[in-house]
Write a protein that binds this ligand. Structure first.
Ligand SMILES: *[C@@H]1O[C@H](CO)[C@@H](O)[C@H](O)[C@H]1NC(C)=O
Ligand SMILES: *[C@@H]1O[C@H](CO)[C@@H](O)[C@H](O)[C@H]1NC(C)=O
Ligand SMILES: *[C@@H]1O[C@H](CO)[C@@H](O)[C@H](O)[C@H]1NC(C)=O
Length: 593
């Protein structure tokens, strides 16, 4: 008996000694947990293609600062956006959920928030990572583009505003850059929508008049409620048509600081330096941390606002100049972090919201990005070029340097990753699609937790990816693909961008199947003849898809026709509507950099 107890004690003692040894002798770089809350800087470029970046293989466009970030950190080669356009992709990034779950994806061809004065936007009951970190004692800031809506019911309710979504500080555009922001550029929004708005205004006016007269004459029994409803839509279309005449610059090109409008319209020639000034000052103000800063660049979206210093300097026209300027801005952000001694206590992240824009051009000049070997681009939900983006994380001493991870990861993964680092809890009452990246980044997990990924175009599922861990195969089945014009062009040059549904797409049954590990450019679809596993793979993907669909619940569509119309009473306005103008930035230093 004594002997047994002695053995037991001996056993426990050696176990404890072993454990203690393990704790102390852990090899560097495999820290299981970090004892402090790191600062977090998330940098998102707008419309940047994976093929535009030096460390992703571009040897003629200069991006030394992004490359340096990758050198000092981890480069993800299969980093996937949840949607191929700004508003839905960013909604997914902020919430860690596919945009269909928050209602932030399109049911028709209005696929992003179209007006600052629209009523759609990120619903107030969604919980962003900023909210979680704010509750964990972080100072949270957003500098740059938002594009997740502003108001719901009245001009200043700011229900969708960043400050209502967990950010303590906001400086930037509540909307997105459009050509109208730069007076010298050909208007984009006006031209595209005006004809449509005018057409509907006329049709509805005729319908309302006819119905009204027929009703008064006792010829039809349509209730007045329906006629009034028609008239209401007619008025909204009329307002949108009217406001598309040169007003866009005043309505949408605005800069806010917190709840206040600072510039209406914005002065684009000073925006870049002001954004940098704001980034530097946010970091300096909060260097005693912990802070979360989301730097959401207006670069490299058209109209490609580029300062004198970078114009004409790249090999790729205005687009290339703009990319090089954006890279320089990344360098400035890195410099401040390093200069303030925050390098080792800050997790830095760089990515793009979706793939480069192939169709955008001015005359012969291409004004969009390049997606390298990947097929397709912006607005295409299924093809790799629309959704595979650069993704880099740096945290010296905690994450390995100069490492490359080829496993599938998602922009939605940032959500649980930063929540975990801040010691926060994920919301338990909803599905979170992102996965904590730390085990993968630190090398304690070999495989990403994403076995399946669902690639949406609007609310329509276009493709499913299956990373088969044991075999290493990377299957992708396409159910719907856009019809390229001209055929094989990899883009829809006959339109502004490829559609998700309707006449411009092809449905595939059985789906088009590729193995990206052998065919990353998705050139040769597999067939049951060429791929013995064809049927097995399709069946497995089908069942995963059904399982995924069971987790979806219907929610209000934030981008519906009604939500996405210009509503005069929601238009943010500096002054007395409709006389909206101010410049509260003049006189402030904005060339300090
Ligand atoms: C580098 O980027 C430019 C601009 O997008 C593109 O035209 C060029 O093809 C890219 N080069 C390589 C090698 O990918
Ligand atoms: C930061 O971390 C790196 C890598 O672990 C280390 O070499 C360096 O000395 C650290 N710097 C500071 C200021 O702690
Ligand atoms: C938010 O509210 C909408 C209804 O207004 C509901 O359908 C949705 O499920 C809610 N979302 C969450 C995450 O609670």
């Amino acid at each position: 008996m004594v002997e047994f107890i002695c053995h037991l004690m001996c056993y426990w003692t050696s176990l404890i000694i072993l454990l203690v040894l393990c704790l102390f002798l852990r090899p560097p770089g495999s820290h299981a947990s970090v004892s402090y809350k790191p600062n977090i800087v998330l940098i998102l470029a707008d419309d940047l293609g994976i093929g535009d970046v030096g460390c992703y293989g571009n040897d003629t466009l200069r991006t030394p600062n992004i490359d340096r970030l990758a050198k000092e950190g981890v480069k993800l080669t299969q980093h996937i956006a949840a949607a191929p356009l700004c508003s839905p992709s960013r909604a997914a990034f902020l919430t860690g959920r596919y945009p269909v779950r928050s209602g932030m994806d399109a049911i028709d061809d209005s696929r992003v928030i179209l007006w600052t004065g629209a009523s759609g936007g990120l619903p107030p009951n969604e919980t962003t990572f900023a909210r979680i970190l704010q509750q964990q004692g972080y100072m949270t800031g957003l500098i740059g583009k938002w594009h997740q809506g502003v108001n719901c019911e009245s001009r200043n309710d700011h229900c969708h505003h960043p400050l209502n979504h967990g950010f303590d500080y906001f400086y930037g555009m509540p909307f997105t850059l459009v050509n109208e922001c730069q007076i010298t550029k050909r208007p984009e929004k006006n031209g595209v929508f005006r004809a449509k708005y005018w057409f509907y205004t006329q049709i509805i006016a005729i319908a309302v008049l006819t119905l009204g007269i027929a009703k008064l004459a006792g010829l039809v029994s349509v209730p007045w409620k329906i006629i009034t409803c028609f008239a209401w839509f007619g008025l909204l279309f009329f307002a949108s048509w009217f406001s598309s005449y040169g007003f866009t610059r005043y309505w949408d090109c605005i800069i806010m600081r917190n709840h206040e409008i600072i510039e209406q319209p914005m002065m684009v020639e000073r925006t870049t330096s002001i954004i940098l000034r704001e980034v530097v000052s946010f970091i300096e103000r909060n260097k005693h941390g912990p802070f979360l800063l989301f730097v959401s660049f207006l670069h490299v979206h058209t109209p490609l606002i580029t300062t004198e210093m970078f114009r004409g300097k790249s090999r790729y026209g205005l687009y290339g100049d703009n990319v090089e300027e954006m890279d320089w801005m990344v360098g400035r952000v890195l410099d401040v972090i390093d200069k303030e001694g925050l390098k080792n206590t800050t997790l830095m992240y760089f990515a793009s919201d979706h793939g480069g824009f192939l169709e955008t051009h001015e005359g012969k000049a291409h004004l969009g990005g390049w997606n390298g070997i990947y097929k397709g681009g912006k607005a295409m939900g299924g093809w790799e070029g629309g959704i595979r983006v650069p993704g880099i994380l740096r945290w010296p001493g905690v994450l390995p340097a100069d490492a490359v991870i080829e496993e599938p990861t998602s922009l939605m993964d940032i959500y649980p990753t930063v929540a975990h680092l801040a010691g926060g809890r994920l919301p338990q009452d909803r599905v979170i699609d992102g996965r904590n990246l730390m085990p993968l980044l630190q090398g304690s997990a070999q495989h990403s937790e994403h076995e399946f990924m669902f690639h949406y175009c609007g609310v329509y599922l276009h493709a499913v990816r299956w990373h088969q861990k044991d075999s290493g195969a990377l299957w992708k089945a396409h159910y719907i693909t856009p019809v390229f014009q001209p055929e094989g062009a990899g883009a829809c040059y006959n339109r502004r961008f490829c559609p998700c549904i309707g006449e411009g797409v092809t449905h595939h049954d059985p789906p088009l199947l590729f193995d990206l590990s052998r065919d990353p450019s998705e050139v040769k679809p597999l067939t049951p003849g060429t791929e013995p596993l064809f049927d097995t793979v399709i069946r497995r993907i089908e069942s995963a898809l059904q399982e995924h669909r069971r987790t979806l619940t219907p929610v209000p569509h934030q981008l519906s026709g009604h939500n996405n119309m210009w509503k005069p009473w929601l238009q943010p306005c500096c002054g007395i509507f409709p006389f909206c103008w101010c410049d509260k930035e003049s006189g402030n230093p904005h060339t300090a950099l």
